[in-house]
Design a protein. Sequence first.
Length: 46
Amino acid sequence: MNYVTKRRYRSEDFAQRFDADFILMTGELAALIQSLVEGLGGEAQR
């Protein structure tokens, strides 16, 4: 494997890792927001 090929694989690995981390982060944020809303007494009634 030459330098260019290795570099391409590293950038693909980075992109895949970023996607996976982003998916995990959005799941954690959804749970955090739900807990925060519940902790503050729930959603306001309109």
